[in-house]
Ligand binder design. Structure first.
Ligand code: ATP
Length: 151
């Protein structure tokens, strides 16, 4: 059956990081029964700026509070929405965020798990190529940590 409709969606999310000893760690969430690991993100509410969505969705999904350091970039992918027989073009904005507080054990129960990983571990774990590219960009920034204005 030919897809009858075309729709677009825009979400926003974050690469939230903290320093643990000599390692930089970032948080990922698991979905689809724990089989897919991804960056926390969610749909931008009407009239909401992407930065606010990223802070809200990271807090909701991971239980962690962070502040935006800078924009990392956007990714785009297509997926099929069965219930609507529609193809959806989705754009997701991602921001680098410095961890400020909260505990990952307070993650949303709509995600199957949430965990801190070293940046290298996260690169291996992240399921989608687009998100691995975003983590790669974050890694570049975090390697040059002195270039980041940490609070
Ligand atoms: P949101 O977290 O923005 O509210 P959602 O959970 O409703 O979104 P998505 O995470 O966009 O939906 O997932 C919709 C479909 O797209 C799923 O089949 C998922 O496997 C796929 N998908 C999610 N992220 C990516 C990606 N970065 N690249 C390719 N496909 C993806």
């Amino acid at each position: 059956m030919k897809p009858a409709a075309f729709k677009t969606q825009v979400s926003s999310g974050g690469v939230i990081f903290r320093k643990q000893g000599n390692n930089m760690e970032i948080a990922l969430v698991a979905v689809k029964g724990g089989t897919v690991w991804c960056l926390p993100k969610g749909l931008i509410d009407k009239g909401e700026v992407p930065e606010k969505t990223a802070i809200r969705e990271v807090a909701e999904e991971t239980g962690l509070k962070g502040r935006i350091v800078e924009k990392l970039g956007d990714i785009t992918y297509w997926y099929y929405v069965k219930e609507e027989n529609a193809r959806c073009k989705k754009t997701v904005h991602f921001f680098l965020m410095e961890y400020e507080g909260g505990d990952i054990s307070n993650h949303d129960h709509e995600v199957d798990d949430a965990s801190w990983f070293t940046v290298d571990e996260a690169m291996e774990k992240a399921s989608y190529k687009g998100e691995r590219d975003v983590i790669g960009k974050a890694r570049e920034k975090l390697i040059n940590e002195k270039d980041i204005k940490l609070a």
